[in-house]
Every structure is written in C-alpha cells, then in structure tokens.
Design a protein around this ligand. Structure first.
Ligand code: ATP
Ligand code: MG
Length: 581
C-alpha cells in the first residue's frame, strides 16, 4: 500500500462515518500565541472543544502537519521525526468513547488489515483525583486485542494545557509495542483549583502518527525505508556518494539529515525564515546541521538537490510547495552562504584555543555566539588531536534550554531562540516584559520568604508567565495572614528601593561563597562558570541566585507585587501564586 493510498483510506473511512475533511493548518499557528509550532492534529481545533462552533461541523477528519522541537534528540531512531503528519478524527460534542474506540479498531484491523495479534491498548487506571476509565475498558473488552492494560496519569490522561481547561482520560493503541494512535476523551473541565467538573459538551480528539502507520503497512523497520522518505535517502546517497545501510553510525546521520531536509522544506513552505529567535531559530538549527553534514560529506549543494526532490515529491500532496519551490530553495542557499561566513568566524575563534582542549563552557560560548554547531567544533578539534568536553557542553546547553522552557509558557518563547541565542527585545512587547517582572519578583519573593519565615525556605519549583508567578517551597505550615502581609510588604519595599539587577559569571565556588541561592547539584559540578543574578549592591546584595535569567534591569520595573494565593502544593511544600505590575 502506498502512503498516498493510506492517506485516502483514512480520510474515506471517516468521511463514511459523517466526518468532514479539514485541510491541514499551517505549521505556524496563526491565532494561538501559546505555542510556537503546531504539535498535534487537535491544535487548530482547540477552540471547538471550548464551545466555539466548527465551520466543518461536529465530526472532522484531518491530516495535520506537525513539528515537535521536543523530539529533536530522538530523531534518527525508528519512531520519531521533527516534522511528521498526524491523522486525526474529532468529535465536538458529538460521538464519544464507544464509537471512537470501535472505529479506531475497525480502521486498523479491517481497513488496513493489521494483524490483531500485534495490537494492544491501554486505558486510564484512575488515581486519587479521577476515577478509572471503566467506560473505555468496557469498549476495549469487546475487541480482540493481544493485551489491554491500564496505566497512570502520565500515559493515559491528557490536559489541561496550562492552569485550567478541558481534560480527560485517553486510550492508546500500540502495534508491536510501539504507540501508534492516541484517543483523548475530553470529559472534564479542570478549574484553577485543580477540581474536575463534568464537561457539558464532551469531545474526542485522536492522533495517529502517519509515519508510524506507513512503516507498519509497508513492512519496514522505520519511516526512512518507506515511500515517505526512501527518495530522500536515495538523494543523499547519490549526492554524497555513500551507501545507506552499511554502518549504523553514519546511517543515523543520514536519517537525521533526511528528517531535517524534509522538515526544512515544510517550515519554509509555511513561511518560516531563518533567524535567531522563535521558529526562525528552529529552522536555522536544522538548516545548519544539514549544511554542515553536507560540507562534511563533500557536497555543498546536497541540501538544494535533495530539498528540490522533496518539494517535487511532496508537491503531489501539498501543491503549495510547488508554487514556492524557488523561494524555498533560495532560503536554503541563502542560509548556506551566511553559515559559511559564520563558520569562518567561529573557526577563527577556535584557533585562539591555542592547542588546548576545548572546555564545555568554551564550546557552548562559541556555539551560542557564532552559531557554530557542536559537530563542527568536534570535527575541528579532532583534526588537531584535541578533545571537546561534550558532556560539559550539553550541560550548558541544557541549562539554557531548561531555562528557556520554564519561561516559555507565555510570551517569552517568542523572544528567545533558545539555546543561548537570544533575539532582540521588542520594547513594545508587554507580555515579554510582564514575564521578566514576574521572574525577578520570584527572586525577591524567595529572599523575603527566608527573611520572614526562616532560612529553611528552599525552592521546590517555579513557574513564570506573563500573568503570574508561581513558587513552591519547603515549609510545613500554612502561612498566616500576618506572614503573608509581611512578605508582600517586604517585596514591595525592595521594588520601591529601585535596586539594580545584574548578572555575573563566576565559578561555582565563588557562587557558593557569595551565598547564591539555588540548587548546587550535579549538573553544575564540572562547569567553569555559572550565572548568578544579584539584586541590590554587589557588596551587600539583597538577593543572589544561581539562575540563567532573563530579568528586568531594575526592581522598579516590577512596579508592585501582590500575593494572589497561598496553598499546599504537596506534603510539606507550600505554593504561592502572585502577580506584579
Ligand atoms: P511517543 O511517546 O512515542 O513519543 P507521544 O506520546 O509523544 O508518543 P502523542 O503526543 O500521543 O505521542 O501523539 C500522537 C501520535 O503521534 C503518537 O501515537 C505517534 O504515533 C505520533 N507521534 C508522536 N510524536 C511523533 C514524532 N516525533 N514523530 C512521528 N510520530 C510521532
Ligand atoms: Mg513524544
């Protein structure tokens, strides 16, 4: 069965069941600021689960272009791509578990003929907050499956995204132990307190990985061997004069290149251009990896050659790609030229290392300043018999990345390319500034808590967005009104004092002697330098914390601070939610 036939079968199956085909939305969501890229088929339909009428009616089928930056390190394995397509059927207050489960099973076993012995399913086991999903179990028991298992919240419960919203149990279908199809049953509304109320209009949202389905139906080991990718692999083989399948290590590189080349074509096709922030940076990172690999393989026109083949091949399903062919190729060759210049500058910087091994910090610095990928730095060092502290680099990278993720829920993601490449700050962006305010206020809050409650106060979690800050800390009792007043007052005093906020890069020992708060754990151990943020004078600071930033430059920018809520987060841990501005 060709991938084209599989597309048709899926659409027709659900059209026969009263669904209307909705075309794939752009990879770049137009009207959803909460996400950078479309990561699931349901994303364009979020509003219809919240009650807004769908122009396609209450039963919709789609094949949605998706992109998951979170899976970038998985790429090259047998089951994950950055760009992939998701098959989905949706019910907005229409059918529910019984039909959705029966149809999924019917499609898999009858329409495309997957052997029942290869098929298993999981459903939600229930926990102290939510009942076991007995309804789904009842439906699954009607089917002939190899195994039905229950599983916890992590695997079989979805949502809410953010503080509140629709959520519910899920059923997952597996083929030979690999997850293929996820069925989400939105049946609760989770409010800000975490309490679940039955939704008036229940819904179904499903997502099946197209690449995984095609792999199974074409009896292949992974998607790269299917007709979704085989021409890309062949293109790389021809352009680079190498053979795929000869060596596992180089095969993985070829698979990564194939993934990235296809993703690049689709990202540019949806209007993304390389830059140092937002999606532009995601694209730049993929492009540079591919360009660098191509240079290593001795063919700098590989990305253009294989990119063109990809456009033509996928143009059959996504004709818009054909219209944009010249633009897409122009972006690829433009980035190649920029990268070649960058490469020259970064290499010049590397020359300064003077025959010494490259520390993780230096590698990360060159990476984040010049955009020189780690692969390039390693290649360069290898040729000179030098070592690169890759683990150290990864720790730096992760820190920048985690920091980036923690701050990314609201507007900030839009301003940061991530991974150390910061974009310029748009002064007009209120959301961004609000998040900075909340982040700096979190530091003031931690210090005030220690001043008022004692030095046993230790951070257990923190989450910042444009609307509020949330801070979890070790403390056994509920805060009294008096304590809360004192803390609030103290933070507001520090805001009124208009204290400067500065960042310093120091050794871990120096950070310790300067009394920086923070988790001095393994990940920092081997770093030459860490970032600390100091609020107040450097000689006699009010607050010093190990932190990657970013922050406001002066506490006056925070304007005011108010505790919205103090509650228990879990045993022995309290949670404060507060707002600024
Ligand atoms: P996994 O645990 O295997 O990464 P997931 O739980 O992240 O999967 P979902 O978010 O439920 O997956 O997405 C629905 C379906 O999309 C999955 O069942 C799978 O078939 C497919 N899928 C998810 N991530 C990828 C990816 N990176 N590449 C290809 N297909 C994917
Ligand atoms: Mg995943």
């Amino acid at each position: 069965m060709t991938s084209k036939e599989i597309r048709q079968k899926f659409i027709q199956f659900f059209e026969k069941k009263g669904h209307v085909l909705a075309p794939s939305s752009s990879l770049v969501p137009r009207d959803d600021p909460s996400v950078l890229l479309t990561t699931a088929g349901m994303q364009p339909f979020k509003k219809h689960f919240m009650g807004e009428a769908s122009p396609y009616g209450n039963r919709v089928v789609s094949i949605q272009k998706c992109f998951r930056t979170s899976d970038i390190d998985e790429v090259g394995d047998d089951t994950h791509q950055t760009f992939f397509e998701m098959l989905g059927n949706f019910s907005f207050g229409d059918y529910f578990k019984e039909a959705a489960i029966a149809w999924a099973y019917g499609f898999l076993t009858e329409t495309v003929g997957i052997d029942k012995d290869r098929l298993s399913a999981t459903y939600f086991a229930g926990d102290d907050k939510t009942l076991e999903d007995i309804e789904s179990l009842k439906e699954l028991e009607k089917l002939d499956l190899k195994e039905v298992r229950s599983s916890g919240r992590e695997d079989n419960f979805w949502g809410p995204t953010g503080d509140e919203g629709p959520c519910g149990p899920t059923v997952e279908f597996y083929v030979d132990g690999v997850e293929i199809w996820n069925l989400v049953f939105n049946e609760y509304y989770c409010d800000k307190k975490g309490e679940l109320k039955p939704l008036e209009s229940r819904g179904v949202d499903t997502g099946m990985g197209f690449e995984r389905l095609v792999t199974i139906l074409q009896n292949k080991k992974n998607a790269y061997e299917t007709d979704l990718f085989d021409f890309v692999i062949k293109g790389i083989e021809e352009a680079a004069g190498i053979a795929y399948g000869a060596n596992e290590e180089s095969d993985r590189v070829v698979r990564q290149m194939a993934d990235h080349l296809r993703a690049i074509v689709f990202l540019i096709g949806d209007g993304v251009v390389p830059s140092n922030k937002e999606v532009g940076y995601v694209l730049r990172r993929l492009l540079r990896r591919v360009i660098n690999q191509s240079l290593n393989l001795g063919n700098k026109s590989l990305p253009l050659d294989v990119g063109e083949k990809t456009i033509i091949h996928y143009g059959e399903v996504y004709p818009a790609l054909l219209d944009k062919k010249d633009d897409i190729l122009a972006v690829i060759s433009g980035e190649r030229d920029v990268f070649e210049k960058t490469l020259a500058k970064g290499l010049l910087e590397l020359e300064k290392s003077d025959g010494k091994d490259i520390s993780g910090w230096d590698a990360f610095d060159i990476f984040s300043t010049y955009g020189l990928p780690l692969e390039v730095i390693r290649d360069w060092a290898e040729k000179r018999g030098l070592k690169v502290d890759v683990a150290g680099f990864e720790r730096e990278f992760e820190k920048a990345f985690i920091e980036h993720q923690e701050l990314s829920r609201a507007g900030v993601e839009k301003k940061f390319g991530g991974h150390g490449l910061t974009g310029e700050i748009d002064e007009g962006d209120k959301e961004y500034l609000a998040t900075l305010r909340n982040h700096t206020a979190t530091h003031l809050l931690q210090q005030a808590l220690r001043d008022v409650l004692g030095t046993h106060i230790e951070q257990k979690g923190s989450d910042v967005n444009a609307e509020r800050l949330r801070f979890d800390f070790v403390h056994s009792q509920k805060l009294t009104d008096d304590e809360k007043d004192k803390i609030e007052k103290m933070v507001n005093e520090k805001i009124a004092e208009a204290l400067p906020v500065v960042m310093r890069e120091v050794s871990l020992d120096q950070a310790r002697t300067r009394g920086a708060l923070g988790v001095f754990d393994e990940q920092y151990k081997n770093l030459k330098k860490v970032k600390i943020y100091i609020i107040g004078s450097e000689e006699n600071p009010y607050s010093t914390e190990l932190c990657g930033g970013p922050h406001v430059q002066n506490t006056a920018e925070i304007k005011s601070f108010k505790i919205i809520k103090e509650e228990s987060s879990s045993a022995g841990i309290r949670r404060i939610k507060a707002a600024t501005g």
